[in-house]
Design a binder for this molecule. Sequence first.
Ligand SMILES: Cc1cc2nc3c(=O)[nH]c(=O)nc-3n(C[C@H](O)[C@H](O)[C@H](O)COP(=O)(O)OP(=O)(O)OC[C@H]3O[C@@H](n4cnc5c(N)ncnc54)[C@H](O)[C@@H]3O)c2cc1C
Length: 355
Amino acid sequence: MHSKSPKNVVVVGGGIAGALLAKNLQDHANVTLIDPKEYFEIIWASLRSMVDLSFAERSLVNYSDFLSQVKLITSYATHITESEVLTARGDRVPYDYLVIATGHVYSDPVTRAEGLSKYQEELNKIKSSSSIMIIGGGPSGVELAGEIVNEFPDKKITLVHRGPRLLQFIGSKASQKALEWLTSKKVEVILDQSVDLTPTSEGAYQTSGGETIVADQYFSCTGSQSGSSWLKDTILMDNLDMKGKLVVDKHLRVEGHRSIFAIGDITNLPELKQGYLAMRHAELTAKNLRLLLGGGSEEKMTVYKPGRPIAFVSLGKKDAVAEINGFTMSGCFPGLIKSGDLFVGKTRKTYGLNS
Ligand SMILES: Cc1cc2nc3c(=O)[nH]c(=O)nc-3n(C[C@H](O)[C@H](O)[C@H](O)COP(=O)(O)OP(=O)(O)OC[C@H]3O[C@@H](n4cnc5c(N)ncnc54)[C@H](O)[C@@H]3O)c2cc1C
């Protein structure tokens, strides 16, 4: 009697969601992970990694360190058919089950060593400047300003934001707390203005409101590109909503496609786009796939319930502003939860690494 050959599960995108799903499934199927880089990054530590390389060392991890059973393809996925995923480097990867986890596209280097050098270069840039401009007042811009002012309090930092308040993804009370914290540390915050990145003279930039900002270096924190454009000419093109998110059912399957799941920030779920939720999607989908791979019936799959809105934005190493179910907190209490280690140790453990 022949034992059945293991099924092929292809995971596209090795970010927070895809890497965890691949880890949780690697002993249950032939798992292939497609991502343009060779390493996983705990992305919410990236702003700290720019000022403290020990964070970069811990938050960039080669996939091969925890995905020993997974076949790794270092390339972009470019197309999907009913049975295969095609990649930029020319692979045709057959699947029985496909999981799309391409939340965002980053312009990251391919190897971990190059990733670490990139952070070294950012740190050199920061160290060698006396004035720094940060563009964008979302979580990345606010956290970067907090990291730089915390590590280098003598540098002149200007944060320019196009919108009327910082952290527009959460409530205005949280925005106000973040603004107060930054201004108390002498960060200049300019709201409701954009900035022309072509300097008028060396190191001088003009804002839309006619102000001049002098900066030796600038960092653009205006958000990363959504990872769904590659799906626009595929069998999933009709499953993308107006925002480019994949429409999923209660089991996180792409509507109308029984073998294709989507997890993480690429989904249209009515919840904040957060890593801890992307990890929940991965855990639930791994469980459902283990059921299906073991011959279980679809009716027994676990249903996903969208998560409650919880957001933490760190302000340096001690403070943070948090919004939990609409309730705002700021200062050292939320800071104790996030800002010391930025959940890096906890996240590493979840991926089977020592903290
Ligand atoms: C500054 C900042 C702070 C944050 N803080 C927190 C926090 O404290 N707590 C929290 O829970 N969340 C936080 N988040 C949000 C969290 O980082 C995201 O929700 C999470 O990264 C989403 O995971 P994902 O796997 O869906 O997508 P991503 O992590 O964006 O991963 C997508 C992966 O897909 C790959 N990819 C893209 N296109 C392709 C393609 N065509 N082919 C192959 N691979 C592809 C990319 O290379 C990447 O590896 C923060 C985010 C930021 C920016």
